[in-house]
Design a protein around this ligand. Structure first.
Ligand code: DC
Length: 222
């Protein structure tokens, strides 16, 4: 049976998870948040005092980490060595560690394997950085979703505020810019638009407009 896959790649804070979740819901596909997997690995490194620059430590630790996902009420739950860590991975510290530790091929290959096995079994909307270029190069639709760094910082700031977390918007923008640079310039599977990817700049679009645009593209190729 044919399984469809939609890859949504783009920089931090472009709205990938919100959009991907909505597109998946509309099409009745599974939403796969790959950033959460990198964040779960990062949490393990933080808890075990392994620094991002400690390549050997990271490589060794990878043998002891098991990341898996399950769905509860349609929401992805991320399990780190069997423990649900959904509520522990959304901090800036974990995000920065995820970005820094995701440069290592050993980390990426481990998670790419899990991502590919999910796409084999289900219709998926998968968001990440290199889903269309590396994880699922044969995805049926590839979207590169972006927005200006100012707009992305504003969105992240409001999201944190809503969760009662105070933050400095300029600091967030600085973090975002640094993270973009690292994600786009790593040697192995960097963040970039796929040659056959469709660019969607959401800076001046509502969430619903972006969702509609992606669904239209999908309907045209289905
Ligand atoms: O999307 P996010 O903010 O949850 O991702 C956190 C970091 O994880 C991101 O800065 C880079 C890394 N990541 C990655 O390298 N590849 C992915 N497919 C998803 C995330």
């Amino acid at each position: 049976m044919k399984h469809y896959s939609i890859a949504i790649d783009g920089p931090a804070g472009a709205g990938k998870s919100t959009i991907a979740r909505k597109v998946a819901k509309h099409l009745n596909f599974i939403y796969v948040d790959t950033g959460a997997m990198y964040r779960a690995m990062a949490l393990y490194f933080i808890h075990n005092n392994i620094e991002a620059k400690d390549k050997d430590g990271i490589e060794k630790a990878c043998n002891n980490v098991d990341v898996s996902i399950e769905y509860k009420d349609n929401e992805q739950q991320i399990l780190l060595n069997g423990e649900n860590v959904n509520n522990l991975i959304r901090t800036e510290a974990v995000g920065n560690m995820a970005s820094a530790s995701s440069v290592y091929p050993v980390v990426r290959l481990k998670l790419a394997e899990l991502q590919r096995s999910l796409a084999k079994k289900e219709n998926v909307v998968m968001d990440g950085r290199e889903i269309g270029t590396f994880v699922l190069p044969d995805a049926d639709l590839k979207i590169f979703l972006t927005a200006s760094s100012k707009e992305r910082a504003k969105r992240r700031f409001l999201e944190l505020k809503e969760r009662g977390i105070s933050a400095d918007i300029d600091e967030i923008e600085k973090d975002i810019t640094e993270r973009d640079y690292r994600d786009m310039n790593r040697e192995f599977a960097p963040l970039k638009q796929a040659d056959d990817g469709i660019l969607v700049d959401s800076s001046h679009m509502t969430i619903d407009e972006v969702v509609e645009t992606i669904i239209k593209h999908f309907e045209s190729i289905r």
